[in-house]
Write a protein that binds this ligand. Sequence first.
Ligand SMILES: Nc1ncnc2c1ncn2[C@@H]1O[C@H](COP(=O)(O)OP(=O)(O)OP(=O)(O)O)[C@@H](O)[C@H]1O
Ligand SMILES: [Mg+2]
Length: 253
Amino acid sequence: MRIFAISNQKGGVGKTTTTVNLSASLVARKKKVLLIDLDPQGNATSGSGLNKARTAKSIYDVLIGRESILNVIQKSAESFFDIVPATQSLAGAEVELVDIEDREYILKKQLSQIKKYDYVLIDCPPALSLLTLNALVAADSVLIPMQCEYYALEGLSDLVNTIKRVKKNLNPKIEIEGLLRTLFDKRNTLGKQVSDQLSAHFGNKVYSTIIPRNVRLAEAPSHGKAALFYDKSSKGAKAYLELADEILERNNY
Ligand SMILES: Nc1ncnc2c1ncn2[C@@H]1O[C@H](COP(=O)(O)OP(=O)(O)OP(=O)(O)O)[C@@H](O)[C@H]1O
Ligand SMILES: [Mg+2]
């Protein structure tokens, strides 16, 4: 079982889109996948076809110690992976956990009960918060989606430093799984420049797969589906399948 945290503290860079669509693509490649929504916005939950208003138990109950993660796993409506949903209540967890001992290790301990998946993908909120720390402590590696624009590289060094600190103090095995260029617009020359700089800094950690800006990827969540089950011939759906294949090849799995 491989556990990926999908993380970038910058908002709107395609974390949730990547988590949902990569999950669906790994399922299409016959892998068993669990998606964990760790963002109070609950976008991965609704984007997977679950009704947040009717979600009784969520990751919040797991983090505050009220439920085992095993009792909170649901089937996604349309996309054939399993999911631990998040709702707005998760926003309060950050404060409630402050006094709890080993608060960075809660998710890791809960995940140690789970064995039956090939991949666990954790959708992180846009912050280097205690929620994100729980993901980084539980994960084998971090998949970093990023938009190739000027400020992206600045934000990246904060994230890389956080990962280094986590590796030193909390989770020695954590690695960068890969950097994923998202929302890519071929006509934008700045995108090409930033993309080149990224390769210069991170070498083969940068996936050769690039996720283009594609309207089907933006539409699919309102249907509660991954793009693969909404319009499988779309450029977006195909790009995430290509990413899944690249990841499977890298992981020999
Ligand atoms: N490749 C893409 N092409 C077109 N639209 C996209 C693409 N990727 C993401 N989007 C859209 O851009 C917006 C932000 O994407 P997403 O929610 O995946 O980012 P995020 O990093 O999870 O955001 P947040 O930080 O708020 O959690 C969404 O409306 C999404 O539908
Ligand atoms: Mg998100």
